[in-house]
Design a protein around this ligand. Structure first.
Ligand code: ATP
Length: 495
């Protein structure tokens, strides 16, 4: 199916490989007109939801190029690596852990270089391209180095994650925002990783977009700032380390995760918030969503708790990581305090501490892809059913035919709505073809002006979801549009 959805995504103006006319480079993608709208809407919905969690959470923006010293302090220069094996015959390089995982169907992320070499010879792994033997495994640093200045003397890198921008700006924001914790700094922007094996479309890119929220907090008091009662009676869809191989997903009460599994209450609270984002706003079906716990060996050593957020994607063959929820302790600010010699310690009610970080880290491209995968309801007819806040266009306005009598009212309605919503106006081609085009790009509602409407001041409103049509009064359109776009009014409830 992946091939088909990829070509659909291309034909309909969503996403395709960049520099196509020069043959493209692996791992780089461009968004077309529909894709850019969909991506921007996802980012806006993300921002609105997560910035809404606390008045002291803010969106900032930071540079894509970072000095070597900052990335040395963060640990990226020395250890932002993936294991690589190279064919001694044809020279092709592969990500060693992925090759082993594919050959054995068991996780290999945690293997050391020695363990990889042993495994390669144990299972007789050979080069998939030419069947040649592999040399010894080695670590490959995934950052893109940059030379800055005419002599290239200032060593720098393209940022491998947006998170560092928030850490580097923490101290200044803490002062500006009147020295309060929790303080949340969100960044939406590009990140760059020279992935060894970019593949599976936008799932593994070399230039991609992250939406990350770093919550700087005092672990002793953070829970007091949250309404923990929101977790009462609520369950989280999880696959815990000790459930691997038994059950894909289990629904567990929040309290159980806190009491039995000893997860911090603030962590479980944020699991619930992330789950609500995916199930209630992005409309991922419950049976396609899970938190996947990373074992101590699999997660970075500084992550005290780490669950990936995974969605079952038929285009990618099963549950795939779209985001991560990481409790990073005081690792990041401590490292930058050592590296920069700037004090990151803050003083709160007589207590001195280096704030801890809870990181909510989302890959925007993977999430946009998931929207196409999940909401492409019918692959045969190609109907895409996107939630109104996410769709490239929320409304389309058509005159039934390209007739002088119908066009003025259709244009008037377009003008009425276009300042507040994404609205497409189209008057060319048969009405059936225009509806089909809107079905293909996920426009939830179409408004059509016909001859009857000219006499009784009505238009036809069509719901993509059901293809049902209703006549509504033109002077009620603004109110109805507001309700439908926000999701507060359902099409079925319209008289
Ligand atoms: P993976 O294990 O898939 O390499 P990761 O655990 O290294 O990902 P993080 O460093 O936690 O990823 O980055 C946060 C998010 O950024 C991921 O959940 C993912 O959605 C996105 N992301 C990471 N690497 C890529 C990539 N190469 N292409 C597209 N998105 C990515």
């Amino acid at each position: 199916m992946s091939e088909d959805v990829q070509s659909l995504a291309k034909r309909r103006g969503f996403i395709w490989q960049s520099a196509e006319i020069y043959g493209s480079m692996a791992g780089f993608y461009d968004y077309g007109a529909m894709g850019a709208r969909l991506k921007r809407n996802w980012e806006n919905v993300w921002l609105k939801y997560f910035m809404g969690l606390n008045d002291n959470y803010h969106l900032i923006d930071s540079t894509n190029i970072l000095p070597e010293a900052a990335l040395k302090a963060s640990g990226h220069v020395d250890s932002f690596t993936d294991p690589l094996v190279e064919c001694t015959k044809c020279g092709h390089a592969f990500r060693a852990d992925q090759l082993i995982e594919e050959a054995t169907s068991t996780a290999a992320e945690e293997l050391s270089l020695e363990e990889i070499d042993a495994k390669v010879s144990e299972i007789g792994l050979a080069c998939p391209k030419c069947k040649g033997p592999f040399g010894k495994a080695m670590f490959f640093n995934m950052m893109f180095p940059i030379e800055v200045g005419t002599k290239g003397t200032d060593r720098a890198y393209l940022r491998p994650e947006t998170a560092q921008g928030a850490y580097l700006n923490f101290k200044r924001h803490f002062e500006i925002m009147r020295r309060k914790l929790p303080l949340g700094l969100a960044i939406i922007g590009k990140a760059y990783r020279n992935e060894i094996a970019p593949r599976q479309g936008v799932y593994r890119m070399r230039e991609f977009i992250q939406a990350e929220l770093q919550i700087f907090m005092d672990p002793e008091t953070f829970s007091d700032e949250l309404d923990l009662s929101e977790m009462d009676g609520k369950e989280i869809l999880v696959q815990l380390v000790d459930m691997r191989g038994k059950k894909d997903v289990q629904s567990m009460p929040c309290r159980y995760l806190i009491e039995q599994y000893k997860l911090p209450d603030f962590y479980v609270y944020h699991m619930l918030k992330v789950q609500e984002f995916y199930l209630d706003i992005i409309k991922i079906p419950k049976n396609k969503f899970r938190f996947y716990e990373k074992s101590e060996k699999e997660r970075a050593f500084y992550n005290r708790v780490h669950f990936d957020i995974e969605v079952d994607l038929s285009t990618l063959g099963g549950f795939r990581e779209l985001a991560g929820l990481h409790y990073r302790g005081d690792y990041d600010l401590t490292k930058h305090q050592i590296g920069s010699k700037e004090k990151m310690e803050v003083s709160l009610d007589g207590r001195k501490l280096i704030p801890h970080v809870l990181e909510l880290s989302f890959g925007v491209d993977r999430n946009v892809w998931a929207l196409l995968d999940i909401h492409l309801v019918d692959e045969r007819t190609g109907v895409l059913k996107l939630p109104p806040q996410l769709a490239p266009y929320t409304f389309a306005v058509f005159p039934l035919m390209k007739k002088d009598e119908l066009i003025p009212l259709a244009k008037e309605i377009h003008n009425l709505l276009k300042d507040d919503y994404d609205v497409c106006y189209d008057q060319s081609g048969s009405i059936g073809k225009r509806y089909a085009r809107m079905d293909e790009i996920g426009t939830p509602f179409c408004i059509t002006v016909d001859f009857d409407g000219l006499t009784d001041d009505t238009v036809t409103l069509r719901d993509t979801d059901t293809t049902e049509q209703k006549r509504v009064k033109v002077d009620e359109l603004e109110r109805i549009a507001r309700g439908l776009a926000s999701g507060k009014l359902k099409f079925k409830d319209l008289n």
